[in-house]
Design a protein around this ligand. Structure first.
Ligand SMILES: *Cc1c(COP(=O)(O)O)cnc(C)c1O
Length: 244
């Protein structure tokens, strides 16, 4: 995990970037008269070491986001080996998920933000039934441009997917999630998402959460009602490009 001096430098970096991100959230909340307590900051730690997760946990950030099951599992195992492992972490799966990962994911995840098809709802519910006592929190990922490459349910299929989730007691429908389409104005994208959230809530009042906003567009998301922001690079530094 690096020498103590390296850690000290990294810790100072994270203290400063966390302060900056929290200030951005607070400022956006002030603009629309929202309570910052209503916005959960999820630190997206993909490609970053377990030591960063431990540092952020010490700074009070207990919500951790990962894109890939395998990477999440490896980090959880590494953290468990520490002399003082962080306690109370909540792991959020935010990336596209294959059904064959469902059994693994339900064993550690607090929430899945990328539920976008009935087949995955069924796989997660069946796995949760087998492997956990509490329900799994889920967000329905909506595709705002119906680009099948990037995940998300098309708007026309949203109501049916939501209803199929609501019928499964192993899943707790928290709300909606989206990533703005490439090149789109985030303000317009998040306004559309807020509208879709209202439609979902009309049928399922408890599904009042909105997972939206990343490093570049946190403010626009908060202004449009985001309750969960997923921030990676603004907290942890820029990632190396990943080609997959
Ligand atoms: C990587 C990722 C994030 C964080 O992105 P940044 O731009 O680094 O803040 C948020 N949400 C999802 C779905 C991601 O894949």
């Amino acid at each position: 995990m690096g020498s103590p001096e390296d850690r000290g430098g990294r810790d100072a970096e994270l203290v400063s970037s966390l302060g900056a991100v929290r200030a951005r959230i607070a400022q956006a909340c002030a603009e629309v008269e929202r309570d910052p307590q209503g916005v959960t900051l999820i630190a997206v730690t993909k490609t970053r070491p377990a030591s960063d997760v431990a540092t952020l946990a010490r700074l009070g950030v207990l919500d951790v986001g990962e894109s890939k099951d395998q990477e999440a599992r490896a980090k959880i195992a590494e953290l468990a080996e520490l002399a003082n492992p962080p306690i109370g972490l909540r792991w959020h799966l935010v990336g596209r998920l294959q059904t064959n990962k469902a059994r693994s994911v339900v064993s550690y995840a607090h929430a899945v933000h990328s539920l976008d098809r009935p087949k995955l709802a069924r796989a997660l519910a069946d796995a949760a039934d087998e492997r956990r006592d509490d329900s799994l929190e889920v967000f329905v990922q909506i595709s705002l441009d119906a680009d099948p490459e990037r995940g998300g349910v098309a708007e026309r299929d949203l109501a049916a997917l939501v209803d199929s989730i609501a019928q499964r007691p192993q899943l707790r429908l928290r709300g909606v999630m989206a990533v703005p389409p490439i090149g789109a104005d985030p303000e317009a994208a998040f306004a559309r998402l807020a509208h879709l959230s209202e439609r979902v809530r009309a049928a399922h009042p408890q599904a009042d959460a909105i997972s939206a906003g990343m490093s570049d567009d946190v403010e626009a998301a908060v202004r449009n009602g985001a309750t969960h922001v997923r921030v990676g690079s603004a907290l942890l530094g820029r990632r190396k490009p990943v080609f997959s």
